[in-house]
Write a protein of this length. Sequence first.
Lengths: 131, 95
Amino acid sequence: MKKIDGVIWRESRYVALWVLILSILMQAVFLVLSRWDYTVLLGNLLTAFFAVLNFFLMGLGVQASLGKEEKEAKSLMKLSMTYRYLLLAVVVALGILLPCFHTVAVVVPVFFPRVAVLFRPLFDKKRGVNE
Amino acid sequence: MLELAIGIILGCCALGAGVAMIAGIGPGIGEGNAVAKACEAIGRQPESKGNVTSTMLFGCAIAETTGLYALVIAILLIFVAPNMLINVLMRALGR
């Protein structure tokens, strides 16, 4: 098996950290609205884990396709995306169908990695200034 | 008549989910193109592999979000919307 690139670990850790922060924030919002129960926590845990896993698998897909020819890289990335979407679809559908998960708490964390990416330029800018 | 109304609701929800998933085509093509260009860039400048991979990862994550929106909307249309709409219909009919 090919060694996993350090960049992928680093960026996945960054995304995981942001997902954790945003999950805590979401739990706090549910608490403030007096809507918190164990289903919110379970739903959040389920999708937050798979959102980070999705990002990590995307990184693996990128790493695998970078060493290939242009055409092969394209199709490999599309295939990777299809499998990851299938995985997420199954997880979100399970989260919505099973009563032990809160629907909103299942759906919202899927978009947490996007928020992490949105905040990334801020940290890059800061790092650039420090360097 | 009620069966027909429920059938229309279910059919429209399924149709809506299918139409929503058209948005999933774009990210696939976009990611594929991005990776292909990244391969080209790394081929030209192998020392920039780390930077290219990092930038590409975030680019792909952004590109994928539209597909995820579509996926979530489709799942909600299939599993959540029909029950809600049928409940609304029943309430409107007083049943």
